[in-house]
Design a protein around this ligand. Structure first.
Ligand SMILES: CC(C)(COP(=O)(O)OP(=O)(O)OC[C@H]1O[C@@H](n2cnc3c(N)ncnc32)[C@H](O)[C@@H]1OP(=O)(O)O)[C@@H](O)C(=O)NCCC(=O)NCCS
Length: 134
């Protein structure tokens, strides 16, 4: 099984199996998307960020395939791609109770941070940033 680029439409279709009921609008047309078969998908959004930065809009793995390293592989691929594009950072947020995702982001090198922005500061949310220029 190898990581492949895919359309936003395909990434959304896979998302419906990894997170049934979650809002597929997390993934927008024009996002940079990857998938691992039909078991996992990831979307990076560049249009909603300052130039040189990306927003990890979504990553998810089907429950039947969880805990086997698929999320790690997708994150590593997106990070490698972002470095190659010369991007400076990837940011995202999680529900603080989402321990699996928080752990996976930490393992991939993301660090919690406090954005100095009007949209930040929601209760129960952790904001994450991966600096790519270090
Ligand atoms: C978060 C998610 C993408 C992780 O993908 P995954 O393929 O299951 O995770 P991996 O097997 O690649 O594991 C990566 C790291 O995450 C952590 N992790 C993953 N599943 C875990 C679990 N069940 N319990 C504890 N830690 C877990 C581990 O630290 C792991 O690293 P390690 O094996 O070196 O310890 C997956 O759980 C998922 O799809 N969750 C539902 C959707 C979601 O919450 N997406 C994120 C939205 S913000």
């Amino acid at each position: 099984m190898r990581v492949q680029r895919c359309s936003a439409e395909r990434a959304r279709a896979i998302m419906t199996t990894s997170a049934p009921g979650d809002d597929t609008r997390h993934i927008q047309d024009g996002d940079e998307c990857w998938r691992l078969d039909d078991d996992a998908s990831l979307a990076l959004n560049l249009s909603g960020c300052l130039p040189g930065h990306a927003y990890l809009a979504w990553y998810g793995v089907a429950r039947t395939a969880a805990g086997r390293g698929l999320g790690r592989r997708l994150l590593a691929t997106a990070i490698k791609w972002a470095r190659g594009e010369g991007l400076r950072s990837i940011v995202t947020y999680t529900l603080s109770a989402n321990r699996n995702s928080n752990r996976a982001l930490l393992k991939a090198g993301f660090e919690p941070y406090a954005p100095d922005a009007a949209w930040a500061g929601w209760e129960g949310v952790t904001y994450w940033r991966l600096e790519l220029c270090r």
